[in-house]
Design a protein around this ligand. Sequence first.
Ligand code: PBG
Length: 326
Amino acid sequence: MNFDRHRRLRRTEFMRDMVRETKVAKEDLIYPIFVVEADDVKQEVPSMKGVFQISLNRLHEELEEVKAAGIKSVIFFGIPDEKDPEGHGAYHDHGVVQEACRISKGLYPEILVILDTCLCEYTDHGHCGLIDPDTKDVDNDSTLPLLVRTAVSQAKAGADIIAPSNMMDGFVTEIRKGLDDNGYSHIPIMSYGIKYASKFYGPFRDAADSTPSFGDRRTYQMDPANRLEAQRELESDLEEGCDMMIVKPALSYLDIIRDVRNNTNVPVVAYNVSGEYAMTRTAVDMGLLEESVIMEQMVSMKRAGADMIITYFAKDICRMLDEGMK
Ligand code: PBG
């Protein structure tokens, strides 16, 4: 017979384990937590079964679960008591995510805390920056100083990593300078510089109460049809000094993750977003798909080139890893 015998390396479990190219580990996972400023809330997000909004005064319950699962890092999103056109809650020294960070660091200093630098959860109109009264569009340059204030207040609260997700041009330059000028030159920037205007964010906007009250985000987030544009975003963010690059969403954008991996040597992060979670969760809960598809999706993102994954499935993955799934 004159052909290759690929099946030789698939013959036994041990052999398959030995030649496996991609592995998922607990260290790869970043778990998003929605924190409510008002007291005594623990409420499941209707479109995201298994994900909760939790108040600052009960945050310890969630952190205890995170710790017990073996998750090493979290990213906090805030639901403030009050919103206004300028998103003051985002850059308040005692804002909701700043306080969440202090609580987390007080209880479990070893858990790495990432804070998302954006205004959309704090503005009453739900956009990621200040609205120009004439054009009704988000104004890039007047938004930047507010993002810098937000990032500095987050670093002051003890954040280990600053993750700007607002998609204003120049945010890495400005935030880097702001952090450096305030004594935080050691804090890395994980840039959400490749962020598409995606319908897969729907459940997140329910959870974070951040749906724009008018218009959409297409003048600042990227067109899902564009691949080369991701390259341009990547080039500017690297030049501006970002330390890690997020691609978001992840599963419908695996080609972009691969491009980024091939074109940079900074760590690449896949954001497995809320809509991706909701779809898979629902299919698994309905018995349409086996639970192991969740692991298959994690493996796909890592195989595409992601070093880390931000995922609402982090607790489930940790359990599956404990049970020996690969
Ligand atoms: C804030 C932000 C968004 C997400 C993370 N940070 C949403 C948006 O642009 O509306 C989405 C995350 C998810 O869907 O899981 N700008």
